[in-house]
Design a protein around this ligand. Sequence first.
Ligand code: BGC
Length: 465
Amino acid sequence: MTTMFAQNKFLWGVASAAYQVEGGYQADGKGRSNWDVYTNEYQVTQAFIDKQHTGNVAINFYERSQYLQDIALMKQLGVNAYRFSIAWSRILPNGIGEINPKGVAYYHQLIDDLLANDIEPVVTNFHWDLPYQLQEKGGWGNSNSVQWYAEYVDVLFANYGDRVKKFITFNEPFIYLFFIDLLAHNAIAKANPYAISNETYGKQAEAVHHLLLASAIATQNYHQLNLGGVIGITLSFTPTIPLDANNAEDVRAATVFDGLHNRWFLDAMYKGKYPDDIVKLHQQYNPAFQVSAEEMQLIAAHKPDFIGVNFYAPAYIKADASAPYGAEWFSTNPDEVKMFNGPVRPEYLYQLLVWIKNEYGNPTIYITENGAGFGAADEQLDGNIVRDPLRTDYIQRHIDSAMQAKRDGVDLRGYFLWSFCDNFEWVFGYDKRFGIVYVDFDSQRRTPKQSFYAYQQIINETPSK
Ligand code: BGC
């Protein structure tokens, strides 16, 4: 099957990640991943939701009979693209070395099934589930991770590059390395689940640097193969707002957090330089963190073809000596009804997109994640529909904001909603629902929510040029 997708058609999509949806955790020769071990052996969700949840079954997307029904529902929704990630441990059970043909075959079939339904597969190579054998060797903290990753993605390009025309090297390096993985490790160590030290941040600077080198090398390798597609990276963005604009300490902390989370990645790729203020902080807590001019040149020389923007919310930043680098961001949401990932401020999506355009030379952008969850009150089953007025309103306002930015010259080529179905929300297990399709996790029954129909209408009514 060789359906080609025009590069300039606006993509309306939904997004997911392997560990959050697939299940089949021991199926067909899959190796163990970090998350298999975190959830089964260390029961990390216990520290956050007081229950053990795992991705062993998740929403059963590994079963073809299940995912074909989900694809049928995607067609009904009207999306023309589906962003999903590949589980490295299905392809290479030990992380490197032997290839698992059945794991490779699963994604061949999924890609063909999507194409047969005119849904473009957009593939994230890595969305946080690392083969456990590599994790035991130090994961991204080990400089060999650059080579491990290059070997893995070569298998993906060779197998799927004929039909997949958009690859994403990584999902959200910041949230992965500076947040979720650290929370999981706190739970394993039976430490305060949210406490993160300055030294830990300093150490993670090495890991994030390896990851960016891996992304650059994968981009270079992909380009050399001339497969006629594009490759990008998905970054999380959290515009910062000082909690008290008149407090110089809050203002300073907001700048620090902005550097860590937002400027770090784009500066490296588009300016060939990490922000000085943040390099200084990392070195203060980890003098071993050093980068060479050659490495920075490599990162800048092999820029992504597009930036995947994940936006959920800005963060109010409070100066707090007990928070890493003195910037508290996670517990400061002033909204009365709290969205899981922060305050609802759609205008910051517009500002963010325009800032990227002006500051980094108008790169091509796909919004690769945007979505919301507010808890049980916004998940009311009512006959054949689940009423989620808050999520519905969130989605409508964020799409409006994104389309305004597009009209104002941002090179925005697509929007992927997170997420299609409710799924496994990392350390929070199944307690945090982000789907526009409700999942009964016992029966696997799907029920479209009000937001599903709202998104369907937006797709129908918005001109996609
Ligand atoms: C991640 C997803 C996650 C979503 C909702 C993003 O940070 O990429 O895996 O489920 O946010 O919190």
